[in-house]
Design a protein. Sequence first.
Length: 350
Amino acid sequence: MNNYLSCVASFSDKDLLSEVSRLTTGEREATARLIASLAELDARRLYLGEGCSSLFTYCTQVLHLSEHAAYGRIEAARVARRFPLILGLLAEGSLNLTTVSLLAAHLTVENHQELLDAARHKSKRDVEHLIARLRPQPDAAAAVRKLPSPKTPQVPPLSGNMLPDVAPPSAASTVPRGSRPVIAPLAPERYKVQFTVSRETYDKLRRAQDLLRHTIANGDPAVVFDRALTLLLDALSKTKLAATDHPRAGRTLSPASRHIPAGVKRQVWKRDEGRCAFVGTNGRCKETAFLEYHHVVPYAAGGEAVVENVELRCRAHNAYEAEQYFGAPLFVREDARPMFWNERTRSGPS
C-alpha cells in the first residue's frame, strides 16, 4: 500500500479513470455491507460483550471511526433496519450517507418509497428543499443582536454511556454560534439566512433602515437585504456581463484585437445561460461561478472575438482547455490560475 502512489502514477489516463470508478463502486458496496452489519450488531447488542456500553463507543473506541463518521453510520444503520431498501440504494450510489441522515427523521412506512425515490442522485441542497416541502417550517423571526466576544470552546468529555440518538459533540459543533453562515430552506420558496457581520456593517444596516423608514416602516432586515442585493446584482451585471437597457452599436474592431465587445459578451452570456459551456465525457459542466469568456479558437491562433468563437468557461475548464492546446503550465500566478506560453506564437491563450 505504501507504494500505491507510485503504482497509480504509471496508469494511463483511461486506466486511472477506470480504476477510480471501480474503487468508488467497491467503496459504495463496502459501505452498504458495513451499514447492514452495524444494524445487526446493534440489534444483537454485541458491543456489550466487547466491553463497550453503546454502539457509538464501540465504533469510536474499537473500530476507531471519527465521531462524525460513527454517528452517521449508526443513524444510517438504524433507519436501514426499518427500511432495508436503503442498503441497495447505498450500494448502487443512488443515495449517500449524508442523504440518508437528512431523510432519517422524515421516513415513514407510508412515504419512504416515494421519498427515497425522489432523493435519488440528489445533492444535499436538493434534499434539504425536498424536506422543506415535506415539512415546512415557519419564517425565522427578524433579529439583529450583538454577539458576545468569542471564547475558546470547551468540549465536554464523551460519556461511555452516550448513545448517538443525539449528535455527539464534534469539531464542527464547537464553532461559536453565529460564526458560520447559514442558508437553509424552511419551506417552499422560503429561506433562512444567518451570518455574523462587523460593527461597520451593522452601522450600515442601521443607517439604511433609517433612510428607508418611509417605505419600509418596520425596517425589516430581509427587505433591506433584498433591495441591497438587487442593486448589487444590477451593478455586477453591468460590469461583468455588459448588461444595459440601451445597447449601442459597438465600434468595429480589428480582427487582431483581443478585446471582447460588450455586445458579444451579452449574447454569449444569454446563449450559454450563465453557465460553463464545456462538455466533457459525462456531459456539460454545471458550474455557474468563476465564469470567464473563452475563445474556442484561441486568440493566439487567430481566433476572433465574435459570438461564434466565444463561450463561457469556468476558471478550471478555461485553464484546462488552454493546457490542452498550449501544453502544461510553465508557472502559476499568486491567485493559482495557470499561465501558459506558446513558444511559436510568443503569446498566451485567451
